[in-house]
Design a protein around this ligand. Sequence first.
Ligand code: GRG
Length: 282
Amino acid sequence: MDGHTFGDAMAGLRDAVDSHLALLLPDPGQAPHRLHAAMNYALLAPGKRLRPILALLTAESLGARRDVALGPACAIELVHAASLVLDDLPCMDDAQMRRGQPATHLRYGEEVAILAAVALLNQAFGIISRTPGLPADRALEMVRELSAAIGLDGLVAGQEKDLRRDENLSLGRLQQINEQKTGVLFAAAVHIGGAAAGANLHQREALHRFALEFGLAFQALDDLEDLENEDFGRPTVASLLGREAAGGEAFARLQAAKDALRAGDPAVASLEPKIDLLLGLG
Ligand code: GRG
């Protein structure tokens, strides 16, 4: 398949995710209006949808049906959107803009933004539990993955460490924070995609090795982009290593991620050519 066709396939997946996301929020009649509006505002703002697309690519490479994988894939985006709303609050990163629009708390107030984030988080688990055609053991595995990604080894822990604002962070410590703040949710996306397909142990191990490297590659690429935008705040992989070495790090991690897929069985290996396209590198 050539790059053009693959590009179209990625856009098709993003459209499928966007359409499904719009269906997943509560009926306006069931949620207080401001809360519903804030959830919509945060979730449906134009994000890249990388996490749900990665989950879908994984699921479909391993033979899952799209209708079974789509809800759980979108649930990951709800968690991501909730984390962005919380991250932007004045007591956290105090950000003004997100996804090209004023941060949710600036538009709806801090109290509604916090409640919208909690509601999105809660809704994510509800979606998985209600996915038609998804066997209960696979749903349970997904819930376990998502819960672990948010919790004390994941987003919440990474954010707390990040908020300490340590200006003398070592590269190792920074990578640990990045892994918890970012890598674990990508890993959850891969594992949830695998669970949708009922991946076997061998496939799960290959996906796990891939996910670890992919998370680090994504972070290095993201930091390089921030460097381009002169978005200096606290130390990043790019500011600690320098542009060239950070580029080398991103490339090496990406190669290691793809190697992990190539070392898997044919279904797992079939995910490998899609990774560059997901990252906009194809
Ligand atoms: C309870 C869910 C929850 C979280 C609490 C606030 C918090 C703890 C964690 C924040 C973690 C955070 C904001 C990590 C940054 C992740 C990141 C790289 C965001 C940018 O991702 P992109 O580039 O953005 O995929 P879009 O907008 O395209 O989705």
